[in-house]
Design a protein around this ligand. Structure first.
Ligand SMILES: [Zn+2]
Length: 1149
């Protein structure tokens, strides 16, 4: 039996004898002094004798060994490799300066190595132009990126290929770009005249042992600095690092391996021989999962063309790094960046593709760009995913599983549903850690969208998507984790973003040492490498009973920061909204033209034009472009893209209209034609709502004889107003006379400062420049509280930081009312009454016309007319914020704002800090304040910022930051908004329909000869929804995979009020519907519908059931040709919804 009493036999004991006498001074240390000593081991005052003095065996830069020639591309152009190589290069040397900002400089480099360098394992070329650069082979293949300068992101070494080392000479090419990682001047306005100097062009032989010791020491120091001071590991790391300093001698190379071996005490014996195998030892289940990443802002402090270079530099660097670190996995989002690489750097794209197929380079996100997630329309978000997933699938054969928006400034509650319908179930984000009021309470949670759909969301506790892979980062993955009770893993997304090129070798080295440490110690969470983001989420799914044990977060992920981005750069907001609407119209009209081919048999759906336009619009939705937080140069490019979109789509639209309406033009084009004898005026309604609307018609040129179609003509006779009317279902609208149920408008003035616009249902009073009364005539209800007034208001707008991004809560404390002046009447009814006003403020002039029409906003029973405000602003303020406000005699704790495919309600009070934080919010086409019985909405056609403080509803109109764009929003702006009183609470109202109509005007067309009828006039509307007025038909387009033999139509519908609905979809009989499917956003079949057809002459119908805010996509497979449309039977307008909140649209059947 073994002795278990702690005794051992004499002579076998490993316990040293404990001396009896002790005359020494003792070994007690002063810990903080030892800790401080570590800082002297490299760099600094002792760099000529400490570790830094031995990092390189050799360094040479003379012109015999390094021959440099340069050519500077003129005028900031970006020539291709081939173009650059044709130019005249001149000799240059270190210290030469290049510029100005954004100039591209090309270098031809020839190196000659000393013969004795052959013996070294590694020789590097160290190139530091103080800015960004890319190394190419002489054949033009990109090899790796360079990040110059002295920041922590510095990456200036190019490891020469072994063949070059053996041969002794090597030629290559460098493209250097005169911009830093964060543009030219950081987040300040760019200095367009910055010059950069060539700091290094040296051949060096690194002392690889010294570098390894440097990394050992770095990890030890991080352990010392990160871990609590009373833990054994922290003390061990400190004594080990101190011992290394005692052993190291700069004049004795043999001390380096000895010093390295000391580090085994912390990292484990012979750990360094295990290289990437270190991750196969120790714990079975890692807690922190490392994944390399490079967050490249698609444009921000630099334009798109510079991003294309950043992508190539960063990704080539990562492909190269993977060769030396087999455990390294790299993930990158944004299909657009892959497409640029494919177009501009084809050989590099092939290398990236090989790594993708090898499973080391992971496409993620499934979207076109990392878009802003507040302002794009629902359909635009759909297309972000569709264009992204289709691209990834077409190039790599698979789609992404994880949506990825780490940096977007708030995330709409519409996203979970769209993510799931785009074939993904996981979502990674991060930006909410920047909240400037409340700490977001979760790290890993089920994010439940407005319709109840969930995605598994991880918001990394490391609080960054550009982690440096330090001990502190790994530790924070657990110490800052907010849901350890239900999940104990964190994603470590590391690597330098933007121009930094992703992970550095030192990060991968550090992670190996950290893992080695945790294989022997338990004071740090173990980190793993080699997995994908999907693996990480799969693990959470497995360990949380498929999310059941996780907390939920319902609705939007509101970012309590960057609230100015809903308004900054008015032009980009307008470009976005108008392009989205135009795309919708072109897809619809193009689809109809391609199906009917009425007046041109060879017409084809303009898919390429539409796709190209979508790609441009999706690109501009990038999370620093659409928010208005980029430099001015970015907006020059973005506006150019919008103008191309407008031009191309208008041509496509005109082309499609010509197929539907023979011999017709737009009203604008008619002005330059000769007057026709009997012209006709027709319109096309691209919405699926019936409408009755006032349209302004020019009475000159070809259109001069349209006078008899108009109800009201201007005083000068140059223009007039027609009343246009049409049924629902995307169809013709025609001029009509005043109806008995129209309420003619009038305008009254006292001749000086009192104006009243009114009709039989509503009335607005402008008194001394302010709106002092908004009155519902029929209900005798005053909507503006006694003593208050509405109108323009201006606030001092000086955020604490982040000028273009932020509007801070204190702006509300310093505002003043502006008064409408110079009021004059320009139209007096009966169809439209308009007053024109002018406000002079500072250096700015704000012209606003206010109009009231005789017809209500929609054809819903008791719908009230809109008061439309059309503004032209010559804006020259700085750091001031223009809004329009309306105090209302309405009380509710919540106001309602449109969001993608639905709405979101936000508090009007400041009960909690979470409520307070929402003092400026994003909305789309409407914002509404309602109580039981009545409400008022503000509609917008190009603005996204709103707020409701108590009973005061606001729309944000213009800001004027000066950083990073000095000239943000200076100049002329044109935009409109409308005030819409309505009977009933928002949920009983027609606000969403009215806002839709306000954004999608009738396409009025001039027809030379009224006897030329469009065949469309006699046909039934092609598609329609009945039975549930809360279901909107949003999109009609041709199928993405249609070809000559396949004719499909995609219909996207959604429930807009947040409740269940049973609708019926109608497809006109003249389309032979072969099959109909419910699909996901990617147009893949989910189920097939049973089609109901009473007889061969009847239309096709089938029921569609919705839950609140549900989005549904229907694919119709059609026969290749139209059936005889003449024998059609009118549609039965039967309502069979589960809930019918009396929507009494006038029946046109
Ligand atoms: Zn970003």
């Amino acid at each position: 039996m073994a002795c278990n009493h702690g005794h051992s036999k004499p002579g076998t004991s490993s316990v040293p004898a404990y001396p009896k006498l002790n005359y020494s001074g003792g070994a007690k240390w002063i810990k903080h002094l030892t800790k401080d000593r570590l800082a002297t081991f490299e760099g600094g005052h002792f760099s000529n004798v400490n570790l830094s003095s031995v990092m390189y065996h050799h360094r040479i830069d003379d012109s015999h060994h390094v021959k440099l020639q340069a050519w500077t591309a003129p005028n900031r152009t970006k020539p291709s490799f081939a173009e650059a190589m044709k130019q005249e290069f001149v000799p240059v040397g270190k210290g030469a300066t290049f510029g100005p900002s954004c100039t591209n400089v090309w270098f031809k480099v020839t190196i000659n190595l000393p013969a004795e360098w052959q013996k070294y394992e590694r020789v590097q070329f160290e190139f530091d132009p103080d800015c960004e650069a890319m190394i190419f082979t002489t054949a033009g293949e990109p090899l790796q990126g360079i990040t110059g300068g002295w920041g922590g992101d510095r990456r200036v070494e190019f490891i020469l290929p072994p063949e070059a080392r053996k041969k002794g000479t090597f030629d290559f090419v460098i493209e250097s770009s005169c911009n830093g990682m964060f543009g030219i001047s950081g987040i300040g306005p760019p200095d367009n005249n910055r010059y950069f100097s060539l700091r290094s062009a040296d051949l060096v032989v690194p002392n690889l042992d010294a570098w390894a010791l440097f990394w050992d020491f770095t990890t030890l120091r991080e352990l010392v600095d990160t871990l609590p001071g009373n833990t054994p590991l922290q003390n061990l790391a400190l004594t080990t690092a101190n011992a290394i300093m005692n052993v190291f001698q700069n004049d004795d190379p043999s001390t380096i391996p000895a010093a390295r071996q000391l580090a085994w005490k912390v990292f484990g014996e012979a750990w360094d021989g295990k290289a990437e195998k270190i991750y196969e030892e120790g714990v079975e289940r890692p807690l922190v999962w490392g994944i390399g990443h490079c967050h490249i802002d698609t444009a921000w402090l630099w334009p798109y063309r510079v991003t294309q270079q950043k992508v190539a530099r960063s990704w080539s660097t990562q492909v190269d790094l993977m060769e030396r670190y087999p455990e390294h996995r790299f993930t990158c989002s944004q299909a657009q960046q892959y497409k640029w690489l494919e177009q501009l750097y084809p050989p590099l794209f092939e290398r990236v593709k090989a790594k993708v197929l090898e499973g080391k380079f992971h496409p993620v996100g499934g979207s076109w760009v990392e878009n802003d997630a507040n302002m794009p329309s629902g359909e635009a978000l759909v297309r972000q995913f569709v264009f992204g997933q289709r691209y990834f699938e077409s190039r790599f054969g698979f789609r992404c599983d994880t949506a990825w928006l780490p940096d977007s400034f708030g995330l709409t509650g519409a996203l979970p549903q769209l993510i799931r319908q785009a074939g993904m179930k996981y979502f990674f984000t991060q930006k909410l850690s920047w909240n400037n009021i409340n700490v977001f309470p979760h790290s890993t949670f089920n994010w439940v969208g407005i319709d109840g759909t969930q995605v598994l969301c991880h918001m990394t506790p490391v609080d960054t998507y550009t982690a440096q892979a330090t001990v502190g980062d790994v530790n924070k993955g657990i110490t800052n984790h907010k849901n350890l009770e239900s999940n104990d893993t964190a994603l470590l997304v590391f690597g330098n973003g933007d121009g930094g090129g992703g992970p550095l070798a030192k990060m991968l080295e550090n992670l190996r040492r950290i893992r080695a440490t945790t294989n022997a110690h338990r004071e740090l969470p173990p980190v793993s490498m080699g997995s994908s983001v999907e693996d990480f989420f799969d693990d959470i799914t497995k360990t949380t009973e498929a999310g059941k044990t996780l907390p939920n977060w319902h609705g939007e992920l509101y970012l309590e920061f960057h609230r100015g981005t809903y308004t900054s750069h008015g032009s980009i907001k307008k470009g976005n909204r108008k392009s989205e609407i135009l795309l919708r119209d072109v897809e619809l009209v193009g689809t109809l033209a391609s199906l009917y081919k009425l007046h041109r048999k060879d017409y084809e759906y303009p898919k390429e034009t539409i796709d190209t336009a979508w790609e441009k619009v999706l690109l501009n939705q990038f999370h620093d472009v659409l928010p208005g937080s980029a430099i001015g140069m970015v907006y020059d490019d973005a506006e150019e893209l919008y103008s191309e979109v407008r031009k191309d789509l208008n041509l496509a639209l005109e082309d499609a209209f010509k197929v539907l309406f023979p011999e017709s033009t737009t009203l604008d084009a008619a002005v330059s034609l000769k007057p026709a004898l009997a012209p006709a005026l027709v319109g096309f309604n691209t919405t699926f709502f019936p409408r009755r609307e006032v349209v302004k018609v020019p009475l000159v040129g070809g259109a001069a004889n349209l006078k008899n179609k108009l109800v009201q003509v201007s005083k000068d006779g140059a223009s007039g107003y027609a009343l246009m009317e049409g049924a629902d279902g995307a169809s013709l609208v025609r001029p009509t006379g005043m109806f008995a149920d129209c309420a003619p408008v009038s305008v009254y003035t006292n001749g000086t400062d009192h104006f009243v616009l009114r009709n039989a249902s509503v009335q607005l009073t402008l008194n001394k420049g302010r709106i002092t009364s908004l009155y519902d005539v029929q209900l005798a209800r005053e909507l503006i509280p006694e003593g208050h007034s509405g109108g323009l208001v201006i606030f001092e707008d000086r955020p604490n930081n982040w000028d273009a991004w932020d509007v801070e809560i204190h702006h509300l404390e310093k505002g003043k009312h502006l008064e409408f002046g110079n009021v004059g009447i320009v139209a007096e009814g009966p169809l439209r009454a308009t007053v024109e006003t002018e406000v002079k403020y500072g250096q700015s002039t704000i012209k606003v016309s206010i109009s009231l029409d005789a017809v209500p906003a929609t054809l819903k029973h008791h719908s009230r007319p809109l008061f439309v405000f059309d503004a032209t602003v010559d804006w020259h303020q700085r750091h001031e914020f223009l809004k329009f406000e309306l105090p209302l005699n309405i009380h509710n704790d919540n106001a309602t704002y449109e969001t993608q495919f639905g709405f979101v309600q936000r508090p009007t009070h400041k009960n909690t800090t979470m409520d307070m934080a929402k003092f400026e919010v994003c909305g789309h086409k409407y914002a509404d304040l309602s109580e039981y019985g009545y409400g008022v909405a503000i509609l917008s056609e190009s603005k996204y910022g709103y707020s409701c403080q108590g009973n005061v509803l606001n729309i944000s109109l213009l800001r004027a930051a000066t950083s990073p764009d000095e000239e943000q929003d200076q100049g002329t702006h044109q935009f409109s908004w409308a005030v819409m009183p309505h009977i009933g609470h928002f949920l009983e109202s027609d606000v969403p329909q009215a806002a839709y109509l306000f954004n999608a005007p009738i396409h009025s067309r001039y027809v030379q000869d009224e006897r030329v009828e469009s065949a469309l006039a006699t046909m039934r509307p092609p598609f329609g929804v009945s039975g549930a007025h809360n279901v909107f038909l949003e999109t009609v387009k041709r199928g993405d995979d249609d070809d000559k033999h396949t004719t499909t139509v995609i219909l996207r519908l959604y429930e807009a009020f947040g409740g269940h609905a049973r609708a019926k979809l109608h497809i006109a009989k003249h389309f032979g519907v072969k099959q109909a499917y419910l699909t996901n956003l990617l147009e893949e079949h989910i189920t097939e519908f049973n089609l109901t057809k009473a007889d061969a002459m009847a239309e096709t119908t089938f029921p569609l059931e919705f839950h609140g805010f549900e989005v549904k996509t229907v694919k119709l497979v059609l026969e290749s040709s139209l059936r005889d449309a003449a024998a059609e039977r009118p549609r039965q307008g039967k309502h069979d919804s589960w809930v019918d909140v009396t929507y009494e649209a006038k029946s046109f059947d």
